[in-house]
Design a protein around this ligand. Structure first.
Ligand SMILES: Cc1cc2nc3c(=O)[nH]c(=O)nc-3n(C[C@H](O)[C@H](O)[C@H](O)COP(=O)(O)OP(=O)(O)OC[C@H]3O[C@@H](n4cnc5c(N)ncnc54)[C@H](O)[C@@H]3O)c2cc1C
Length: 340
């Protein structure tokens, strides 16, 4: 007979939901079981620091991981990491999570296509099955699950959606193969057309503002993913905001969808596509240099004030942010989606 745990009550967002959940698990797991999906790129291991909740009542003392991932102000204001909070009998809670998280839920989907974009990036197209549609903003991400097996304990990883919100039954991802990566190697080597996968989402606040300012977009590698969603969304809604998309790569083999972006650029008078390679290959008539150097060369021609959206490795995002602020771009107008 399985052991049953006593329950406790969690008041979510001032009574928006009141949950009766078993103790003996983390708050993150308890919320997930009730279809309240907090962002958690590391799957609850205390590595990403994404699963923040504000504990209004019943906050435990902050643990070492809370102290590492949260600022002193956040801790003083009752923020805790849900993956670090073990639920114990009698310790009822009142918590607050971002309202944008409440629509996140789990989905079953079927792999419809897998297309290589480069030697290490695959474009994966999933068709949602249950539920069969997702509402999201271009720029948001989902968490893909790899089921537990003899080789792997079961992991969940964040991937930005490349698909457009109007195709509500489709989730497209651009996934780079990370050497020895538990999820990305599985996606590249094991996932096949027709397979069923589970995912949760949508998550994230990397979304286009409603300002009318020109936008600089900067990406490297699979960091193109949210911009592919954004450009198609903007095209569909009849955008007129100017967009300058800087796409950086080391070598020609790292560039992808260049012809498709150039076709979009020819069609859309608000789009400028600026791909660049930093290596010395001959067969390339586009921009050369580190993407930061290319941005610095172009910034004087771009009307300001402007907004900047950066997506890719933390190193690239930080370097691009520095070059933008050094050239007078307001830090508060720079938005990130760091793949870390
Ligand atoms: C909000 C968000 C959105 C993301 N969107 C995308 C996306 O659209 N496309 C995409 O390809 N990735 C994206 N990522 C990264 C993705 O979530 C995984 O971290 C990545 O796929 C590696 O997972 P893994 O399980 O394969 O590797 P792991 O098993 O977690 O890591 C294996 C080893 O590689 C190292 N490692 C982990 N990540 C990287 C990396 N990016 N580069 C180099 N070394 C690494 C680790 O330190 C470890 O040593 C996103 C991350 C975040 C936080």
């Amino acid at each position: 007979m399985s052991k049953t745990h006593p329950t406790l009550t969690i008041d979510l967002n001032h009574g928006a939901k009141v949950l009766e959940v078993p103790t003996g698990q983390t708050l993150l797991a308890a919320l997930k079981a009730q279809e309240v999906h907090l962002a958690s790129a590391c799957g609850g291991k205390g590595l990403c620091g994404f699963c923040k909740v504000k504990v209004l009542f019943g906050a435990p003392a902050p643990g070492p991981v809370d102290k590492q991932k949260l600022s002193e102000d956040e801790i003083t204001n009752g923020m805790r990491l849900a993956c670090q909070m073990e639920l114990s009998p009698g310790a009822d809670l009142a918590i607050e999570v971002a309202g944008t998280l409440l629509p996140a839920r789990s989905y079953r989907a079927v792999v419809e296509r897998i297309d290589p974009l480069t030697y290490d990036i695959n474009h994966v197209r999933l068709r949602l099955v249950d539920p069969a549609a997702m509402t999201f903003e271009p720029g948001q991400y989902i968490q893909l699950d790899r089921p537990a097996s003899a080789e792997c304990p079961g992991v969940s990883r964040a991937y930005s959606m490349a698909s457009r919100p109007s195709e509500t039954d489709i989730v497209e991802l651009m996934i780079r193969r990370v050497p020895n990566g538990m999820m990305s190697v599985w996606v590249h080597e094991c996932l096949a057309i027709g397979d069923e996968v589970s995912l949760t989402g949508p998550f994230g606040e990397f979304a286009l503002s409603s300002r009318k300012l020109p936008m600089v977009w900067v990406a490297g590698g699979s960091g193109m993913s949210p911009f592919w969603s954004m450009v198609h969304h903007l095209r569909e809604i009849g955008n007129t905001r100017k967009v300058y998309f800087f796409f950086g790569a080391v070598a020609l083999r790292d560039l992808f969808l260049v012809d498709e972006w150039r076709t979009l650029e020819a069609e859309l008078d608000w789009l400028e596509f600026i791909p660049a390679i930093s290596g010395g290959e001959e067969n390339w008539d586009g921009e050369r240099g580190l993407i930061t150097e290319v941005i610095a060369r172009h910034l004087p021609e771009i009307p300001s004030p402007l907004e900047a959206y950066l997506c890719g490795s933390p190193g690239m995002c930080n370097a691009a942010c520095n070059v933008l602020t050094d050239n007078g771009v307001n830090e508060r107008m720079i938005f990130f989606d760091k793949f870390a």
